[in-house]
Design a protein. Structure first.
Length: 342
């Protein structure tokens, strides 16, 4: 399938449903695809999606073209930002959804101004995303770059993401995720979570974030879980990370809640273990550059801080590390000095 160069195509909400007979399917985008500019076009349809690929195996989406979600009409009425508006919307379309697709490759295209999440990967195995660009304003609400859930074997590399929410967010039931050579900013950083909101059994294993640069993001590498959650996040590697003026460079928040502090403390917690931070450099905009705020019910274990140099963004200010129920060790230079429980 080819979207030819030199043209702009207005495309209404659309699903490409498999299974398909060929073992590989090529979707080339050379031109520009734009979304309807008004939420009206979604009347009677799933408001959470625009372009969908479902049950398509061996799919390759490639090209020098662009997909424009024209999200502004949605950002202006979304409850997250405009709760006082009668008829505000909770849900807005994701530009590209890959649902139950195996062996997907997504390369080169530019995706801009999504009404909500830009790219969603759910129920997929073996996905490679490379040389992709995602761009939305810093102020656009809930516009995650790439969200992954219930998927195994996802590789994101040589990709540039700037948006109003997480550059990449990793949800539940995920394993073997590799995010390498990525530029993130503006945005909320690379997040695992939030997890365990409904008291469910979380299962997240082997997440790798390597050679990622964060520029002026509100978080850097973050793990966030709800106190009512159970299960585990195990085997996380953050390596060769650079922070430029980032608000919370390293953060584990096991007290995540709609309203900070408003969630009751519980006897449950998601167990976070085997998390390695190695080769981390740059500047922190806030005082607490390393914040390991772990569950009082199920502490974090086996956390390693290895070769870390974080300085304040504004010279002369102070940066510190803060530990709550965090067990682990450090190696090499670690600045600010680590604070593990013995
Ligand atoms: C960081 O982002 C700012 C815009 O917010 C940009 O001007 C600057 O070039 C970026 N720096 C790097 C090193 O990418
Ligand atoms: C840890 O989380 C608790 C509960 O939300 C909060 O009160 C506290 O300020 C957090 N600690 C840090 C250092 O952020």
């Amino acid at each position: 399938m080819l979207v030819p160069d030199g043209n702009t195509f207005l495309v209404h909400p659309m699903a490409f449903d498999g299974p398909c007979k060929p073992t590989t399917i090529s979707f080339m985008i050379s031109g520009i695809i734009i979304a309807p500019d008004s939420p009206e076009a979604w009347k009677g349809r799933n408001q959470g999606r625009w372009l969908i690929f479902k049950d398509v195996d061996g799919l390759s989406v490639d090209g020098t073209g662009m997909i424009d979600g024209r999200g502004k009409g949605w950002w202006d009425i979304i409850c997250a930002k405009h709760g006082h508006l009668p008829g505000c919307v909770k849900l807005a379309p994701t530009v590209l959804s890959f649902l139950q697709c195996n062996k997907v490759s997504l390369s080169n295209i530019l995706v801009v101004d999504s009404p909500q999440t830009h790219i969603l990967i759910t129920g997929c195995n073996n996905v490679v995303i490379r040389y992709l660009s995602v761009k939305s304003p810093e102020t656009s609400p809930n516009t995650d770059g790439i969200h992954i859930s219930s998927s195994h074997g996802v590789f994101i590399r040589n990709t540039n993401i700037g948006s109003g929410d997480d550059c990449v967010s990793i949800g539940d039931h995920t394993s073997d995720i590799y995010i390498t050579d990525v530029d993130c900013g503006p945005g909320h950083g690379v997040s695992i979570g939030s997890l365990g909101k409904s008291g469910n059994e979380v299962k997240v294993d082997n997440i790798n974030v390597i050679r990622v640069r964060f520029n002026k993001t509100t978080n850097g590498v973050r793990i966030k879980t709800w106190q009512v959650g159970r299960g585990h996040v195990r085997g996380v590697l953050y390596e060769d990370i650079n922070f430029m003026d980032v608000k919370n460079p390293i953060i584990i928040d096991q007290y995540y809640c709609n309203v900070r502090g408003a969630c009751e403390s519980t006897k449950t917690g998601v167990q976070i273990s085997d998390v390695r931070y190695a080769g981390i450099f740059g500047t922190s905009k806030s005082k607490v550059a390393i914040n390991l705020n772990c569950s009082q019910a199920v502490p974090c274990t086996d956390i390693l801080l290895d070769t870390i140099l974080l300085a304040p963004s504004t010279p002369g200010k102070e940066v510190i590390s803060s530990c709550n129920n965090a067990y682990g060790s450090s190696a090499g230079i670690v600045e600010p000095e680590s604070c593990f429980l013995e």
